[in-house]
Design a protein around this ligand. Structure first.
Ligand SMILES: O=C(CO)[C@H](O)[C@H](O)COP(=O)(O)O
Length: 233
């Protein structure tokens, strides 16, 4: 395993220690969340009793293959703990998420959870959000017009930058599990994430954006000198 993957696994292992029998869990998406699901599956094999609600079809397939008992969010609408990765972790544990395209389900699942713990290698911890382009999920009707409205909303929040329609590795337009498109907004700096979130929420056609504010209560960050745990004040 590469050094980068080892760090992700260390963070995931610390999160697995938070899981108790009987818990209902939100299962995140991405390469770090994958480590969590794999380690969780090992505990399940040892007798840990949990039920997981996956945040993507990708995670559902993985968890199913590994034998983690699953439910839908409609079957288990109240969750104890969600463990997920992030693209950036900023002050107050505000997050940028959606690099893997699962931001909508991830935010719904995190909102349904008593606790959200984010796991990452320490390179994701930043002083200011925005270097990672902000994923914005939009409907597939009138994307050019929606893009203009997002640019306007961004400017009102002090954010300027290019919006790119996301494409998959095959070059085709990326479509989310919910059938929407993603515009990646390369703002560079997001001076006031709360203000930007409020402005984006007002744009017709925006289904969800990747700013997760006030959702994560803990971040587990793995680095060369060990694992650091940050709790939101
Ligand atoms: O938000 C996400 C998916 O929508 C991921 O959690 C985020 O992109 C981090 O992924 P990785 O752990 O692979 O770096």
């Amino acid at each position: 395993m590469s050094p980068a993957e080892q760090l992700k696994r260390q963070a995931a292992a610390r999160a697995v220690d938070l899981v108790r029998s009987g818990m209902k869990l939100g299962l995140g998406t991405g390469s770090t969340a994958k480590h969590f699901v794999e380690l969780l599956a090992e505990r399940v094999k040892e007798g840990l009793e949990v039920v997981g609600v996956p945040t993507s079809e990708q995670t559902r397939a993985l968890a199913e293959t590994l034998g983690v008992p699953l439910a839908t969010l409609d079957e288990q609408p109240v969750l104890d703990l969600t463990v997920d990765g992030a693209d950036e972790i900023g002050p107050g544990l505000a997050l940028v998420k959606g690099g893997g395209g699962a931001l909508l389900r991830e935010k719904i699942v995190a909102t349904a959870s008593a606790q959200m713990v984010v796991i990452a290698d320490e390179s994701k911890h930043v002083a200011t959000l925005g270097t990672f382009p902000l994923p914005i999920e939009v409907v597939d009707f009138g994307v050019t017009s929606i893009r203009r409205s997002i640019e306007k909303a961004g400017k009102a929040a002090g954010c300027h930058g290019l919006l790119t329609l996301r494409r998959g590795p095959d070059g085709h337009v990326f479509v989310t599990d919910q059938g929407h498109l993603i515009l990646d907004a390369a703002f560079g700096v997001i001076p006031d994430p709360g203000l930007l979130a409020a402005r984006l929420a007002e744009v017709a056609g925006v289904v969800e954006h990747g700013l997760f504010i006030g959702l994560a209560s803990r971040a587990i960050l793995a680095g060369a000198s060990g694992v650091t745990v940050l709790d939101r004040a």
